[in-house]
Write a protein that binds this ligand. Structure first.
Ligand SMILES: [Zn+2]
Length: 392
């Protein structure tokens, strides 16, 4: 087996806060007498990702020093790069009985998920966070809207996970960072490129993934399946479409499909850094950053998610970003190209906007095969038709 050097997790140690065996039993026993709070879906997701090490070096929800430092400087208080606040918001009224130093239970509805030692309880400035993190204070931005709607106090402190969240869909693809690292090692991969997506794979994405795969050993296709927006294709339809394209068009020994159960924040450039660092924790050495990565509307400039990497020294991030242009099929070139590789006019290019594609699929129409593989189009059309049937 190849035991070659694998990339270090962010901060040097893969965090594990998942309790097992007798330690877990003892924690469950203790939990009976402890006060508890309900987590939002976003906090449920954060808790699991902290516990499995996807957010290494975080071992809990951020305290005030880390929170302030991340919001203002994109670094943790200890100087390590970290671009998004990972906080546990709570309503004032529901936390009056919780004091600093208390141990509390974290619930997802009736399900006990974990324990937290509340080291800090502090107020924060939502407008300032919105301005710094999302570069806008407009409530029309989905990330800002969620921030404004959440509780007014933040609880900071280390967590442990006793039970996994309720949603275990796509279980065969839920590889924790330690498992993903093991799978890469078993395949003898030393250079692994991570691909973040919340969309189906069209020919353009296939081209980008395969271009990257030419220079590394393996592709970790890692779609986000946590909370996404109303315009995003439902996760189960996307997963079926990934399975179809991987089966027919990718060498199986070069690709691993995993799911990333994170909440989409739409923080554009800051989220691109965050997504890269998380994938480093999963063991990726390279990460694909497209134009407008994790963007929404026109809140961010086309290249902002790529340019932000220049604000850090490469060794501060650790994982190597690979920047890609938009790709499309060119009739003259007879292949998928980008503005970097094709000299022809726009009329030679097969280009459809997201809105156009959605409209076609909803009508039961397959996009041209130069745009979407027919196997993928079929699954997307079925997905649209069944989701419309549910709404009717
Ligand atoms: Zn061309």
């Amino acid at each position: 087996m190849n035991t070659g050097a694998s990339i270090s997790p962010h901060g040097g140690t893969l965090i594990s806060r998942v309790l097992r065996g007798v330690i877990r039993e003892a924690a469950l026993e203790r939990a009976r007498d402890l006060p508890g709070i309900q987590l939002s879906p976003a906090s449920v997701s954060d808790l699991e990702l902290i516990a499995v090490g996807a957010f290494s070096p975080l071992a809990g929800f951020m305290g005030q020093a880390d929170y302030q430092s991340v919001v203002e400087t994109m670094h943790l208080a200890n100087g390590l790069v970290w671009s998004l606040p990972i906080t546990l918001p709570a309503e004032k009224g529901t936390t009056d009985h919780i004091g600093e130093g208390d141990e509390i239970v974290l619930y997802e509805e009736d399900r006990l998920l974990g324990l937290m030692t509340v080291e800090e309880k502090f107020g924060y400035d939502k407008v300032r966070e919105a301005h710094e993190v999302f570069r806008t204070t407009e409530e029309a931005h989905p990330g800002v809207a969620r921030l404004y709607a959440q509780g007014d106090v933040l609880l900071g402190g280390p967590v442990t996970l006793l039970n996994r969240p309720k949603d275990r869909s796509f279980i065969e693809f839920r590889h924790d960072p330690a498992q993903a690292r093991r799978m890469f090692a078993e395949r003898g991969w030393r250079r692994i490129v991570g691909f973040q997506t919340r969309n189906p794979i069209h020919r353009a994405h296939e081209y980008i993934q395969k271009s990257a795969l030419e220079i590394v050993d393996g592709l970790f296709l890692h779609p986000l399946v946590g909370e996404t927006g109303p315009d995003d294709v439902p996760a189960d339809v996307r997963i079926r479409s990934y399975q179809a394209i991987l089966r027919d068009y990718y060498p199986p020994e070069r690709v691993i499909l995993g799911v990333f159960p994170a909440t989409m924040r739409y923080a554009g450039p800051r989220e691109a850094i965050f997504h890269a660092i998380c994938r480093k924790n999963y063991g990726c050495t390279h990460f694909i950053v497209g134009r407008d990565h994790a963007g929404v509307g026109d809140y961010y400039g086309t290249y902002d998610a790529q340019l932000i990497f220049d604000e850090f020294r490469p060794e501060e991030i650790g994982i190597t970003p690979l920047f890609f242009e938009h790709a499309f099929y060119c009739k003259k070139c007879g292949t998928v190209v980008t503005a970097k590789t094709c000299p022809h006019d726009r009329e030679e290019h097969v280009y459809l906007s997201g809105t156009q594609v959605r409209a076609m699929l909803a009508r039961g129409e397959a996009p041209p095969p130069e745009f979407t593989r027919p196997e993928v189009a079929q699954i997307l059309i079925q997905g649209y038709q069944s989701s419309n049937a549910e709404e009717a």
